[in-house]
Design a protein around this ligand. Structure first.
Ligand code: ATP
Ligand code: MG
Length: 388
């Protein structure tokens, strides 16, 4: 029995003239991601995108999981395909719905007939299929008001489809319709969630990771790569720049007052990140900061950090509690990787008493103790690109 996935377009339908562009992006993302799993045809017609497996042994559970992570999809259904005659439809429904009907106590059938040449009307189709299913599954009663299972029969141009139950999609808007931005990614819990949230709003991502060998290890970098691979199930293709940050951090440690370590380090991170971002046609930076979470995430510290930024900095987690962030990280399957204990460059040379209310002119005075411009230029130049 042939199964397909029927996708209903999400917020995209609201986008007026842009709709075509949004739909094209969505189809492109779907094709690219499904291609990794096997041979699938992705086709749009009548406000539905249909994913059809071209191989008989296609793994439709895997395909449905893939579809459930593509932004721009509000909901989808798995459906079986039948010939466009009522006998074939009834038989297909009887077989396809077996598992569902073994659990359900009641059902109803709804029909949609976009092919008006089909000889039966929608109510007639529902009645025929409903009677057939009621005979086949005598323990499942017809209930038109509050059924456990709603069976839908759709008569379209090319075939008839039978499905039962709508699966919630990833929501959001298709990646690529919201421009490009660079995510500053650590190995922690927060930044992968921030990446996911901006991808959900259509932003295509480039990742930047600061490493300070030998204080940070190769394993820590591999952990970040693994996190990004998991994020890419949602965001699509991703590149990662690994920036050598040791020299700058040692300079800060050797020359600046301890209270200002973190804030100066964060300013240097932003200076480097926005150069790499610009080289990659990104228009904004993204971080996983949440207000008040640590000393460098107070309003005062963020203001001192942003003073060096010429690009907008998106902080999608700014108003979220750790628990809420963790909930998303579990959902997107990054949590287990994030909690593996590897050091981050932010945790080497951490001061015991960081300033929570840094004064900008003092920060700038401290920062001037370092001849940082050549070091920043060197870090940008030596950033290493990994295609994930
Ligand atoms: P996370 O859980 O994302 O590590 P955090 O709560 O540990 O966040 P910080 O370590 O203060 O917070 O970092 C704040 C933000 O700065 C991170 O969310 C991330 O965007 C960025 N950041 C921190 N460390 C790095 C790094 N090594 N490379 C790139 N960006 C980083
Ligand atoms: Mg961190």
């Amino acid at each position: 029995m042939k199964e397909v996935i029927l996708i209903k377009l999400g917020e995209i339908v609201l986008k007026g003239l842009n709709r075509k562009n949004f739909e094209d992006r969505l189809i492109k993302s779907l094709r690219r991601r499904l291609h990794k799993l096997g041979s699938y045809q992705v086709r749009a017609s009548q406000s539905t995108i249909t994913v059809t497996p071209m191989d008989d042994d296609a793994d439709m559970d895997e395909a449905a999981d893939c579809v459930s992570k593509v932004f721009g999809i509000a909901a989808f259904s798995r459906a079986c395909v039948a010939e466009k005659d009522i006998e074939s439809i009834k038989q297909a429904a009887g077989i396809y719905l077996r598992e569902r009907f073994e659990e359900a106590k009641s059902f109803k059938v709804e029909s949609k007939r976009s092919d008006k040449k089909f000889p039966l009307t929608s109510p007639e189709i529902s009645r025929e299929v409903g009677t057939y299913l009621a005979d086949m599954y005598p323990d499942v009663a017809v209930d038109v008001h509050n059924p456990d299972a709603v069976v839908t029969v759709e008569i379209r141009d090319t075939a008839a489809y039978i499905h039962c139950g709508v699966i919630r999609g990833a929501g959001g808007i298709p990646v690529g319709t919201g421009g490009k931005a660079a995510i500053l990614i650590s190995g922690g819990i927060d930044s992968p969630v921030a990446a996911y949230m901006m991808a959900k709003r259509g932003v295509e991502l480039t990742a930047i990771h600061f490493a300070s060998p030998p204080y940070t290890s190769v394993r820590a970098e591999e952990k970040v790569a693994e996190l990004l691979r998991r994020v890419s199930a949602y965001s699509g293709r991703l590149n990662m720049y690994t920036v050598p940050f040791t020299k700058l951090q040692e300079e800060i440690r050797d020359k600046c007052h301890e209270e200002y370590f973190t804030i100066i380090m964060r300013r240097f991170m932003m200076m480097i990140a926005q150069q790499i971002a610009a080289q990659n046609e990104c228009q904004a930076l993204i971080t996983g900061e949440s207000l008040g979470q640590v000393a460098s995430q107070t309003i005062g510290a963020i203001a001192c950090t942003d003073e060096v930024c010429t690009m907008p900095v998106f902080r999608p987690l700014i108003g979220m509690d750790k628990e809420e962030i963790i909930e998303i990280s579990r959902k997107i399957d990054t949590f287990e990787v994030s909690i593996q204990p590897y050091e981050d460059c932010c945790t080497v040379f951490t001061p015991k008493h960081p300033r929570t209310r840094p004064v900008l002119k003092n920060v700038i005075a401290e920062q001037k103790k370092i001849d940082y411009l050549p070091l920043i230029e060197e870090a940008v130049k030596n950033a290493r690109l990994t295609e994930l």
